[in-house]
Design a protein around this ligand. Sequence first.
Ligand code: PLP
Ligand code: LYS
Length: 428
Amino acid sequence: MTLPALPGHPHFAYRDNALFAEDVRASELAATYGTPLFIYSKTAMLSALASYQRGFEGRDAQICYAMKANSSLAVLQVFARADCGFDIVSGGELERVQAAGGDLKKVIFSGVGKTRAEMCQALAAGIGCFNVESEAELDVLSEVAVAMKLRAPVSIRVNPNVDPKTHPYISTGLKGNKFGVAHEDALRIYQHAASLEGLKVVGIDCHIGSQITEVTPYLDAMDRVLDLVAAIEAAGIALAHIDFGGGLGINYSADDMPPEADALWRQLLAKLDARGYGGKKLMIEPGRSLVGNAGICITEVLYLKPGEQKNFCIIDAAMNDLPRPAMYQAFHAIVPVERAATETAGVIYDVVGPVCESGDWIGRDRILDVAAGDQLAVMSAGAYCMSMASNYNTRGRAAELLVDGDLARLIRARETAADTFRGELLMP
Ligand SMILES: Cc1ncc(COP(=O)(O)O)c(C=O)c1O
Ligand SMILES: N[C@@H](CCCC[NH3+])C(=O)O
């Protein structure tokens, strides 16, 4: 049996057949903290960030980490300390930025359904920009700001109608998606925004989708957005910044080969320069590409269940911990935490969790050489795993660790059952 290469994980590697997270042996962490267990590498996060920073060297650019990818406080702290802003989508995320010590002036607030209460909260906090997604939202935001005797800094999310060539559930910039305003309506809506008393137009933004592995959709979206910038500024509305969103993919397997962030931005900046907008302030909102390959989830094999059609490898992590396979048929590599010294043929398994749903699978048709009690690592689990985790089947959410060199720190305690029903009340 040929063991799969670890896709894109320089900070999670085997040493003498034992998987290490930076300089810490994963099996030792699992023995101390139990499973399922998320382990993040701080170095991996900072090196992913460094690729963007290299790409933007010498430019006026602000990286706003899209914290929906992983909003654990210690993860936010890593990015806040590295001078990042944050892209948020709820008042709850704003409170997380505050709790992690982030700079509120570097916060941008995206999302199609901001409530008045969230607008008040964000205005009072003094965030940097509201990325507004509809004309109706502009009117409400202006009203809320006027009532608070403030002016809300706004950018309007335009929908460039570009196919990002990714899973349909995570493409966002096509006609028919709920996000942003249509390209052809954008100028009129900007003129409306500029006329509202409670608003100050500061920028324009777009975000075309997630797990994008090609450069062309970005180049096309940039052209479409720059066409609008020209038209909006010709109408007398100045745009201080352009925000190109997030979306850059990671390599979950050898089939996904996205460009490096610095290489992507070299091409995008060349276009920006060629079109005469190289001096504009730039913003981006990367999520997955900063944290996705900086995390793994360690799980224990509970049972092996041979079957006529399928063999099942039942693990203690489930769709409530790792929802991406159930939601998008997403692929995560699954590898042994301690490899056998000699290779065997292995057996083909569907790797499934204990949740009562047929959709509760983590990997299909995986060749594994495992026994009950062994540990497996689900790779590329830093993004959209813990942040989308649930308590379905009254399963407490997993513990999380942050590793930095040979130091591992608990950054989230494992949830107990009592944690999951705190706040629930019995009838008198
Ligand atoms: C508005 C917005 N910005 C940024 C992101 C981050 O995307 P990604 O994690 O693909 O970089 C998303 C999620 O797709 C988003 O909806
Ligand atoms: N949750 C998705 C990405 C959604 C991006 C948010 N707009 C995923 O895991 O791939």
